[in-house]
Design a protein around this ligand. Sequence first.
Ligand SMILES: Cc1ncc(COP(=O)(O)O)c(C=O)c1O
Length: 409
Amino acid sequence: MLDVKDIRKDFPMYSLHNNEYEAKPLHYLDNAATSFKPSVVINKINEYYNNYSANTKRSDYSLAYKIDQEFEEARKIVASFINANIDEVAFTSGATMSLNEIAYSLLYELKEGDEIILSYNEHASNVLPWYNIAKMKRCKIVFAPSDKKGVITPNNLSKVITKITKVVSLASVTNVLGVRQPIKELVKITHNNNALFVCDGAQEAPHHKIDVKDTNVDFLALSSHKMVGPTGVGLLYVKKEVQNKIWPFIYGGEMNSRFDSSLSVSLKEFPFSFEAGTQNIAGILGFAEACKYLNNIGLEEIEKHEKSLKTYAIKQLKEMKNIILYNDFNDSGIITFNVKDIHAQDVATYLSSNNVFIRSGNHCAKLLPEVLNVNSTCRASLYLYNDYSDIDALVSSLKKSGDFLDVYF
Ligand SMILES: Cc1ncc(COP(=O)(O)O)c(C=O)c1O
């Protein structure tokens, strides 16, 4: 187990809320939505605004040179976090933007009748950009079936992939059930059918080492704010070998090398062609700091820690007869449940009165109810700064909830 007492010292949210003056300690269990930020990340952001607040990539004075160096150093750190090369990663405003950029960048690759494979588990950010592209280009969306646990098995992908499939776009870890997909095998099948594989890594990156060389995905999207970094920053990975298939989606300064009045435009190479306009410089530096922070603690240690907490939680939740568990079988730090006959939002509101913060609803995965047969669920999601006391607070609040929620455990 990680030394959570020590780790919490890094996170100002804990010094503010979990101190001797606060009556109820904070039990934050909504990490799949976003994470707290350690001081090193916050300080890095402040350092940029306080010490070298100049724009990147355009100016020739020494201050600008300093920030250009910092910016490219950040790219190096973030690229190495997913084992990518530096010329394969562009900064974006988050996983949503990255996924939109991927979908729109393939506008000229896709043609009428082509198929795009998604799954029922996907977050809106990995569904709606594809719906839009499918409407524009008259492509067909096909859903890969999953097994009972929500896994897209290689066999199931093989059942739906065909010679007219152009793209398979799946989350490596899904955001409601926390299912880990067998990405490497799915990529192989995709490539055997001459299609491109897009990986939504938003829920995997904070907890598990992503290695784009090993999985061989063509595209990958992730968000900094779920992995102790700032909001408004994300990563778009595009494998070198497929960069000739993409076309920028956003146009403006610093992504072109020249244009003239005859409408001729020369674009810079990737990643610069995908970074039009002034970037979230402070956020990007903070993002790199977040990667360094996670590397120092170790993703393997973080994952192990979450698994222990989850096992501890599941054991107790299983003993409560009014709890319905949806994903006790998987090994991610996401616990999805309902209290029998009580709406998930009522449960979350009640837990909030005990400072236990979980998410309720459909979690932006609005297709999942079609296969899970339930409209909304409670989701408690773990991270490196959670400990047994958070699980105890969740379980004991649920046990005490009878009078308020009209249930008996
Ligand atoms: C699997 C998955 N993909 C994409 C996103 C979108 O991330 P963001 O809101 O940071 O753009 C989320 C956010 O919850 C997610 O869980």
